[in-house]
Design a protein around this ligand. Structure first.
Ligand code: XMP
Length: 520
């Protein structure tokens, strides 16, 4: 459970696809909250967690089915405000004495409009200013009779009980999803809920930084800590935070696999060693990695080769650090939220991800994970608190296996060199046009074909490349970025003129799914 001493809100997860969005909306309001699957929320858990308010998420089950997910009865006796959303609304009504019925023509999916009742309640301050509110509905079953003590405060054409509340107990139940983008004023509803629950908005990154530093010092004492630094936002923020907490007891290991972008290795070394004065081992092992990759072209073999060598090199370097007892990792909150699974079936491996998750046990190290409670945007805010440059904090994600998975087919040093240069021109174009922050991730892939071209009076026979740029929220789904034709044309011209070895540029317009973001 959390290390935090802040007022806490508990989100009981019934398996909705959008439960994480509830947490994000609340964190944006400086409210500390945690998501826990309903199976884990027992009486003892509730007593220990001591939430100041509780939210029941939506979920795919039907309260009318036997053994449908429920919170413990005791949650209603805690005397704290509760907000039930969609499935959470239905489970609340059913447990408190109302009735829920199957859809039969009253199912509602998508945009709907809620209109208010005569009585206005605090939960709805700032709502209905224009008479009605757009909300997002997604329900099959519906409440047909509200529980004793509840009253209706908003209705939609298909949901006569769209907003209900028992004001004497501060229990609120809504049929729609206020956390999603398509309920444009949904955040106001959460804001009102946490205000009436008495939250003071004490969850800020400034306060978190001080607390985290204190906790790291308590955990580590006078022992040595190793931190794997990749130059990505998570490992960088972890390193700088640890350095503030324990100074020279921290040694960072930067495994340079030779698959980084143009000047990236130098930038990492300059920033952390020279600017922050962090003890840094730069293991320049490009020959080892590229030597092992040369000749092969299977994407999974590439990933596994890099993953294995990475661990070998990391272990070798870490073993040189005397007395190390801890390994610091930039694990984030989305990695630790246990999800509610209803299918139970094994999921297919699309790509073996590069990670060093098994390292601490293998090396007999204890873990320090100071970002475990944070979402990505909070890590960025913390990075800002720690003085990391904005250009660094806002960088697009970069995969562990690096340029290897942007070089489909055989990897050669020549192709990597060309790819680096083309990528640098492309990113420069994106920055110059002020598009960098609108795009979730952008990069060039060098294709394993040479094509014929004509430059000046001569024939060329060079590589083709593909530009990729996507918008996304979490990398799970993505859409290609709609560049203007002018931008694409100008970028193609610049790459062909400035990068020797490329004579053809294409733009990848595949979304995910069915494509993936990276080419391998
Ligand atoms: P895909 O290609 O699976 O990528 O759509 C989704 C996101 O994950 C990144 N990615 C990785 N990140 N290790 C990482 O740390 C990996 O092995 C890896 N493979 C893909 C990718 O860059 C995108 O942001």
């Amino acid at each position: 459970m959390a290390m935090t001493q802040h007022d806490r809100l508990l989100i009981i997860d019934f398996g909705s696809q959008v439960t994480q969005l509830i947490a994000r909306r609340l964190r944006e309001l400086n409210v500390y909250c945690e998501i826990h699957p309903y199976q884990n929320v027992t009486d003892a858990f509730l007593a220990d967690f001591a939430p100041k308010a509780v939210i029941f998420s939506g979920g795919p089950a039907s309260v009318l089915d036997a053994d449908s997910p429920r919170p413990p009865e005791s949650v209603f006796q805690m005397g704290v405000p509760i907000l039930g959303i969609c499935y959470g609304q239905q489970v609340m009504m059913q447990m408190l004495g109302g009735r829920v019925e199957r859809g039969h023509g009253t199912a509602e999916f998508g945009r709907a409009y809620v209109t208010p009742s005569e009585d206005r309640i605090d939960l709805l301050t700032g709502w209905f200013l224009e008479g009605r509110e757009q909300v997002w509905m997604s329900h099959g079953d519906h409440v047909s009779e509200i529980a004793p003590g509840f009253q209706v405060y908003g209705t939609s054409p298909n949901a006569p009980f769209a907003i209900t509340a028992d004001l004497s107990r501060n229990f609120f139940a809504v049929q729609f999803h206020p956390e999603v983008h398509h309920t444009p004023n949904g955040k106001t509803l959460y804001e009102n809920f946490v205000r009436l629950a008495g939250f003071t908005g004490d969850w800020t990154m400034g306060a978190y930084r001080d607390e985290a530093i204190k906790k790291i010092r308590e955990q580590v004492g006078d022992k040595q800590v190793i931190c794997g630094l990749s130059g990505g936002v998570d490992s960088s923020v972890t390193a700088v935070l640890l350095h503030e907490a324990i100074g020279d007891q921290l040694t960072c290991v930067f495994v340079d696999h030779g698959l980084l972008r143009l000047n990236e290795a130098d930038e990492v070394v300059t920033m952390f060693r020279d600017h922050y004065n962090i003890k840094l081992i730069h293991a320049d092992e490009s020959d080892l990695f590229i030597g092992a990759l040369e000749g092969g072209s299977d994407p999974e073999v590439k990933r596994k080769t890099i993953g294995k060598l990475f661990i070998d090199v990391f272990q070798r370097e870490a073993n040189k650090i005397e007395g190390a007892e801890f390994l610091a990792q930039g694990t984030l909150y989305p990695d630790v939220i246990e999800s509610v699974s209803f299918s139970g079936g094994p999921s297919v491996t699309i790509k073996s991800h590069h990670n060093v998750g098994g390292l601490p046990e293998k090396m007999g190290l204890k873990l320090v994970e100071p970002l475990r409670e944070l979402f990505k945007d909070e890590v960025r805010a913390l990075g800002h608190e720690l003085g990391l440059p904005a250009s660094f904090i806002g960088r697009h994600p970069f995969p562990g296996p690096g340029l290897a998975i942007r070089c489909p087919g055989e990897i050669t040093r020549e192709k990597l060199e060309i790819l680096r240069k083309a990528d640098a021109v492309y990113i420069d174009q994106i920055r110059k046009h002020g598009l960098y922050d609108e795009i979730w991730q952008a990069f060039v892939a060098i294709l394993p074909v040479r094509t014929v071209g004509v430059m000046g009076d001569g024939r060329t026979y060079d590589y083709a490349c593909a530009l990729r740029a996507v918008t996304s929220v979490d990398g799970m789904t993505a859409d290609y970025y709609p560049f203007s034709h002018e931008f694409l044309g100008e970028t193609a011209t610049r790459i062909i003129n400035e990068v020797q070895g490329i004579n053809r540029v294409t733009y990848d317009i595949t979304s995910k799914p069915p494509g993936t973001i990276e080419w391998e």
